[in-house]
Write a protein that binds this ligand. Sequence first.
Ligand code: ADP
Length: 427
Amino acid sequence: MGILVLNAGSSTVKFALFGFDTLEVLVRGLLDWAGKTGQATVRMEMPGQGPIRQDLEVPSYREAVFAALNLLQRSFGTSGVALTNRGTGAASAASEKAAEGNFGQKIRIVGHRLIHGGEEIRTPVWIDAQMKQTIARYRHLAPLHIPAGLEAIAAAEEALPGTPQIGVFDTAFFADIPPAAYLYPVPYEWYTQWGIRRYGFHGTSHAYCTERAAQLLDRPVEQVNLIICHLGQGSSATAVQAGKAITNTMGFTPLEGFMMGSRSGTVDPGILLYVMREHGLSVEELDHILHHRSGLLGLSGVSSDFRQVEAAAAQGNQRAQLALDVYAYRVRAMVGSLAVTLGRVDALVFTGGIGENSSWLRKEVCRGLECIGVHLDPEKNQHLRPDTDIAQAASPVRVLLIHTREDYMIARCARQMLLERTTPEIR
Ligand code: ADP
């Protein structure tokens, strides 16, 4: 018996199957739809087994998810033991659909990562027809992710009829941030009439890191003050006071805050007015540039991938180095600002692909943060792997490296909801 976790993005769906009792990962997979009409690729990996890869011919997002779930079914035998690698091949959605099996009996519950629950959805929820309508109301606030999440829900309903589904929302961890932190200084009616406020994102990752940091610090979660930097393709920081989020650097949308792979992060809004008025950029062009042609990619001209920009800088590419410097500067400045809002900081946490892996970035961020009590140990920073403490022994603020586990959080929440028929808070 297992728990299936689906994380539906605009062009990929990450999925993981967890043991119901053990919460161990049995299968992890990625469905990459890459916006190509009619084609998708599924990759799956089981601990201790070789990878499985299959190309699928699918007419829609929903069919792609449905086909991936059926491939999971066929690759994962009734005994709970992985079958052999089926190699690469093509399968039509219709033939996938025809491949009826016992998969539905093996999955007890499905948990979805959903990006936006507005002010209304403050906890994980059971998904039924009414809840789907509620979620759909936030479509315009996350136009790439909410429709994808609803398609994944529909595909799971079809592939696993009768299996209960729950949703865990990225915004929920920030449900209690104070108005001073979430209101923008624009006409108040923008908030009351249009819902324009800061929401915060990456909440499931920040919630996991809060719990894990408390464990590493050996303190009750209610007693920890943290600054958590989730630095991945998308990046944000959260200030956690007494175990609760008090602010997150992403705002009304996940475009605010840190510079990211291809997203600009915070820029002077006057720039947007200027380039529209003086250089004739349209709303659509601006939208595309700010999301897909800015950040590391826009500044370096090399890539949106941090590793590649680091490699280019190491070979002497000046613009790549400049992009890295701006990235580090912005993280450092934001950590300083969050430290002030907290008053006392117990630990600075690094997570996400960049936070967990780039010792250069961590060194650059911590350089200058000695004034708030952060003293990084250069040796530990260079050599230790997550989850661990890389601060100097005498550092008043600990520096923690944590491997984030959003899908585990969702699986654990789904299990708890099913066993207790409750809706636990993810915080
Ligand atoms: P996502 O936000 O899509 O989950 P990740 O958290 O996996 O993304 O982070 C992806 C980013 O992490 C990419 O920019 C990648 O270059 C960076 N990254 C991964 N491994 C390393 C590494 N060893 N050194 C530096 N950056 C890395």
